[in-house]
Design a protein around this ligand. Sequence first.
Ligand code: BMP
Length: 262
Amino acid sequence: MSIFGDKLEKCVREKGSRVVLALDLSPQVGEKDFRRKLLVRSRRILGEVEEHIVGVKMNFQLLLPLGLFDYLRFLVEDASSYGLPVIMDCKLNDVEHTNEWASRYFFEAGFDALIANPFVGWKGGLDVVFNVARDYGRGVILLVYMSHPGAVEGYGQKIVNDRGETCFQYEVFAEKAKSWGAEGVVVGATQPKIIERVSGIIGRKIPIFSPGIGIQGGVISEAFQAGTTYAIVGRSIYQSQDPEHAAREIKEKINEVIERGE
Ligand code: BMP
């Protein structure tokens, strides 16, 4: 297991939570000093909710305005000081040489894991990403089925696998997550049946991260009963009047479902 997996499990033990915060605050572009204000708001929310979460996911919404080696590093440092693993949600999806540098930059900047898109394939695509991650002791999380309705067009399409059997694209991606050594998969919380199927393929060793709870329509009990390991939650927390209260409630709701299921 990588540093990412270790940090995550330690957080679960210490914080008793299964919530990963999607810190997707929007900058008020054009407003005076908008980058600094975005950083200040993001740091404040992270500080308010840190005791109820086990990881932070950041994506282009923060990366582009804040800059990887610029303001963003303060957030990565904050997360680390709270003991939280930090995931770069770049959905990496290119050829070898650019994937390699993107991965190196993210790991050099302190990210513990990154999210990649298995559509790009192994040879000359994601092979290098897994190799770089291994060298740095970090993790790669694969998209297996996304939470939005259009996911059916790609992740949900019917295909013929290497064994000549008709199956769904996401079933092949779940198998690849196992054989490639992924440290997690993303399956939308909006798709409990698919979570169940993927869980059946990958087993309990690879965690399932499920975004889409709340505003996108995913339901905590359905996702966790189907096999979700961690909920990725953004707007329901950071858009709340009281993010600390919202994060605590989501954490407790998940824990109730897990306790009832055991
Ligand atoms: P929210 O809880 O506000 O709906 O945010 C969900 C987060 O998960 C966002 O950061 C989004 O980029 C991410 N996400 C998603 O919603 N669906 C996916 O299938 C994969 C994602 O990474």
